[in-house]
Design a binder for this molecule. Structure first.
Ligand code: ATP
Ligand code: MG
Ligand code: FE
Length: 341
């Protein structure tokens, strides 16, 4: 079964053809990063315009590269949230148009479920499982008792991890998105600043990164006023150590509370080498019986391949949308009420 998948929730226009939910026949990604860099972040109006310009070309390229035609497709999957409303609408409208014109079922996909399914390209999913989802807009622990069921058991109360990377990167003069560069610098430095680890010892599975961000910015600002130059590698290493400590420790606590067979690491920040190494280490040490699947580096950021993989599962479960499908910018998995102490 072939699925044509669309992703346009933020600044990547992407169309993919996925076979049986696991085989990537094509995955075309048109990134707009260059257009947003001079503004230091994604400008929604600029993003929508890019999606409009690129989406048709992406469809043609995706079909061409996969060497399939519309007649070969079993369905059309599309991200309908969460994300920027104007961006989402372009993908949703394009997907609806293809579905209507070619009499294909339209399959709605949650972008965050898509991120989780990027890990499906490295191995089978076994349930119950848990996912640590870290991206530009989200930082959450998701419990999946079975296929097609997602429950948030912990999440950030303020900034997402990726957002914090981008903001502190900006202070150090790194172009948006800053995560990859900060990660590289971190590997050449040491944790000499000991920034705070928020909520590390609290008895819940939530995160907070705004305090860390402020501490980082204050440190840079104060040094600036003294005319002092701080070592950028050590700054990056200290910031990253703080983020990785909290993410890894909360994940271990979650694994303590929920008995699962697998741990998934996914989302843009899952590309972080410090985080990948630390989780490899901690899992081998504390949960050797839990298998970890890390999304391949190439599919950590936004792409339509992961939407096709998640869309295929939705397709099997009978999820269908009508031509009245709308973008849902604030779409979220349900939050599982914290277990009473
Ligand atoms: P969301 O998925 O929550 O809607 P998004 O789609 O904008 O947000 P992604 O594309 O999944 O986010 O991830 C982008 C983020 O990942 C950016 O904040 C970027 O800085 C960060 N990132 C990318 N590579 C790395 C890395 N190696 N280390 C840390 N952060 C990284
Ligand atoms: Mg992105
Ligand atoms: Fe994303």
């Amino acid at each position: 079964k072939l699925i044509l998948a669309f992703e346009s929730s933020c600044d990547e226009t992407s169309v993919a053809v996925i076979k049986n939910g696991t085989e990537i026949l094509s995955n075309i990604v048109a990134t707009q990063i260059a257009s947003h860099q001079r503004f230091g972040g994604v400008v929604p109006e600029v993003a929508s315009r890019h999606h409009i310009e690129w989406v048709t070309r992406c469809i043609h390229e995706a079909l061409d590269e996969a060497q399939v035609s519309y007649d070969d497709l079993a369905g059309v999957a599309v991200t309908y949230g969460p994300g920027l409303v104007g961006s989402l609408l372009i993908g949703v409208t394009a997907a609806k148009t293809v579905a209507w014109a070619h009499h294909l079922p339209l399959i709605p996909v949650n972008h965050m479920a898509g991120h989780i399914y990027a890990a499906r390209f490295v191995g089978d999913f076994v349930f119950p499982q848990m996912a640590l989802l870290v991206s530009g807009g989200h930082t959450e622990l998701v419990y999946m008792p079975k296929e097609h069921e997602y429950q948030i058991i912990g999440e950030t109360r303020d900034d997402a991890a990726g957002e914090a990377y981008d903001k502190i990167g900006r202070v150090m003069g790194v172009n948006y998105p800053a995560g990859k560069t900060v990660d590289e610098w971190a590997h050449q430095g040491k944790d000499t600043f000991h920034f705070p680890r928020a909520m590390e010892n609290e008895d819940n599975l939530d995160f907070s990164f705004s305090g860390l961000k402020s501490a980082f910015i204050n440190t840079c600002h104060n040094a600036d006023q003294r005319g002092e130059k701080l070592n950028k590698n050590d700054l990056a290493a200290s910031f990253q150590q703080s983020v990785v400590d909290v993410l890894a420790e909360k994940t271990m606590t979650a694994l303590d509370q929920y008995s699962v067979k697998q741990l998934i690491l996914a989302g843009g920040v899952a590309a972080n080498h410090g985080l990948r190494d630390r989780l490899n280490h901690d899992m081998a040490r504390y949960y050797p019986q839990v298998k970890m699947l890390q999304a391949p580096l190439k599919y950590c950021g936004d792409n339509a391949a992961m939407i096709g993989a998640a869309g295929y599962i939705n397709y099997l479960h009978g999820d269908r949308a009508g031509l009245d499908l709308n973008a849902v910018p604030g779409l979220s998995f349900p939050r599982l009420t914290p277990v009473e102490e």
